[in-house]
Design a protein around this ligand. Structure first.
Ligand SMILES: CC(C)(COP(=O)(O)OP(=O)(O)OC[C@H]1O[C@@H](n2cnc3c(N)ncnc32)[C@H](O)[C@@H]1OP(=O)(O)O)[C@@H](O)C(=O)NCCC(=O)NCCS
Length: 188
């Protein structure tokens, strides 16, 4: 298995997730992919989380803030947090999923007491099952927290996210302007 500088020298034109080159399958079949783990997000993850959120913003896939202070306050330390899981491989954060409990008067218009989900996958790690693995953990956390439903409010112009949440079992239940809101029944 090749890592770091050795990997970079072997495949200099391949994309990397950060300055340290990592063996995702962008590198082809000659390289092993490191095992992915799902764990609680922590303060030390904020820098990497913010870095790839900025990439999502630059590609038009994110409109909310993406700076480190926002990530810390709204994902890692949010008082309404139920769980914020990160997917990590070889020290690289591939994505994260946030689950919060909707409060009274929340800005998304979600019924108080329901869950609110957000999923953010590193562009170089998309469509490799990271989101699916994260939702297995989030779903369990929602059940343990006693949530009845989870809301995913998705931009109507985001077909990837619509397809992802539909594949995870979410179904459309309201369509405020510009959004398609899907909900997941935690009891099923
Ligand atoms: C949308 C997103 C969360 C999906 O995460 P992911 O890790 O790429 O998804 P997975 O690889 O686990 O895919 C799970 C299933 O979702 C569906 N899916 C995911 N991405 C898809 C795409 N681009 N097109 C069609 N279906 C897709 C498929 O059914 C897929 O199963 P399959 O690969 O076996 O066919 C991710 O691409 C992302 O973070 N996008 C940018 C940020 C964003 O839009 N977040 C949501 C905001 S509401």
């Amino acid at each position: 298995m090749l890592y770091g500088a050795e990997m970079a020298a072997s495949a200099p034109q391949r994309p990397s997730l950060r300055s340290k080159t990592v063996p995702l399958d962008d590198y082809g079949d000659n390289f092993e992919r490191p095992a992915m783990i799902i764990r609680d997000g922590a303060i030390q993850d904020v820098e990497q989380m913010s870095a790839f959120l900025r990439q999502l913003t630059a590609s038009g896939k994110r409109t909310s803030p993406d700076d480190e202070a926002f990530v810390r306050a709204h994902y890692i330390e949010d008082p309404d947090k139920v769980r914020c899981s990160v997917a990590e491989a070889d020290g690289v954060i591939l994505g994260f999923q946030s689950l919060k409990r909707a409060g009274v008067g929340n800005k998304w218009g979600v019924k108080p007491g329901w869950g609110i989900i957000g999923t953010h996958i590193h562009p170089a790690a998309a469509r490799r099952g990271v989101g699916r693995a994260l939702f297995a953990i989030t779903r369990k956390a929602a059940g343990e927290a006693g949530l009845s439903y989870i809301d995913a409010s998705i931009a109507a112009t985001n077909p990837e996210a619509l397809a992802y949440y539909e594949a995870m079992g979410f179904r459309t239940y309201r369509t405020p302007e510009g959004l398609i809101c899907k909900r997941f029944d935690v009891s099923v």
